[in-house]
Design a protein around this ligand. Structure first.
Ligand code: HPA
Length: 282
């Protein structure tokens, strides 16, 4: 049995609070950010501006990532006068962690005060006209992983047995993101994110299926975290960086290198958007 229950979340939160130099019991931050593949630059900015960091590996019960391009540290600091907690790197179900382990950090963020969560990821583009480098506001998701982090006995301290998912990606926060993007003259795509188990990329037939199902982007993360966040009553804003065209849409083979290169290239526009959003959600 993996230790991912309420006592473990509390222990991890207490340890992180201490290591981040936080005294007292109040919220460390009300805004949290999960940074996906190659999108960790925002956390570096916060650290450079006096933020504090704690490595995942030192936090009790915290899962650590084995994926190249995924750092693993929790960062606390300020952006535009607002306090923020950032996860630089995440773990995935395909690494062999249970879905409950994958969402453990989201529960720790909640225990540290986070009530609005920005989740980001690298994703393959399926939507008509999508090109690598596009940013997509996630309107909704398809959880096609065949798993759910809430499987098992429900702990009412986290949330209800059957959480509502009809506003899983808060319409209110999407409106705010639209405003900030407009202020930055940044074009945002919008659409549905399909979350698959991975780690193999999809076949062209699977991408045709996903398109028929109404997906605009595909990836291997995010959906479990968003389910856990909704369970906790945490509002979610989701942003995908379209790092490549999905299998069969372009002729080129998919590679993690392409994913990292595009994420690097778009990093600045992406970071600018997230940094401006943080104080607006605080
Ligand atoms: N498929 C799945 N996950 C991804 C992709 C993709 O094309 N690109 C980045 N993450």
């Amino acid at each position: 049995m993996h230790s991912t229950g309420h006592p473990q979340v509390q222990a991890a939160a207490a340890f992180a609070r201490d290591r981040l130099g936080e005294r007292g019991e109040g919220a460390v931050a009300t805004v949290g950010v999960v940074l996906g593949s190659g999108l960790g630059h925002v956390a570096d900015v916060v650290v450079d501006n006096g933020g504090a960091a704690v490595e995942y590996g030192t936090i009790p019960h915290f899962p650590t990532s084995s994926v190249e391009g995924h750092k693993g540290r929790l960062v606390a600091g300020s952006v535009g006068g607002a306090r923020v907690l950032l996860m630089q790197g995440r773990v995935h179900r395909y690494e062999g962690y249970t879905a409950a382990q994958v969402v453990f950090p989201v529960r720790v963020l909640h225990a540290l005060g986070v009530r609005r969560l920005i989740v980001t990821n690298a994703a393959g583009g399926i939507g008509d006209g999508f090109v690598p480098g596009d940013l997509m506001l996630i309107e909704d998701h398809l959880n096609l992983t065949g798993d759910n982090p809430l499987v098992g006995a429900n702990d009412a301290r986290f949330g209800p047995r059957f959480p509502d998912m009809s506003d899983a990606y808060s319409a209110r926060l999407r409106e705010e993101a639209d405003k900030v993007a407009a202020e930055r003259s940044l074009a945002l795509r919008r659409g549905v994110y399909a979350g698959l188990l991975g780690p193999s990329y999809e076949t062209p037939a699977e991408i045709r299926m996903l398109k028929t199902l109404g997906a605009h982007a595909v990836g291997m993360s995010t959906v479990h975290e968003v389910i856990a966040a909704n369970h906790l009553g945490t509002e979610v804003l989701g942003i995908s960086c379209i790092t490549n065209l999905a299998a069969g849409i372009s002729k080129v083979k998919l590679s993690h290198d392409e994913v990292k290169e595009t994420a690097d290239r778009v990093g600045q526009a992406f970071s600018g958007l997230v940094l401006q959003l943080i104080p607006r959600l605080a």
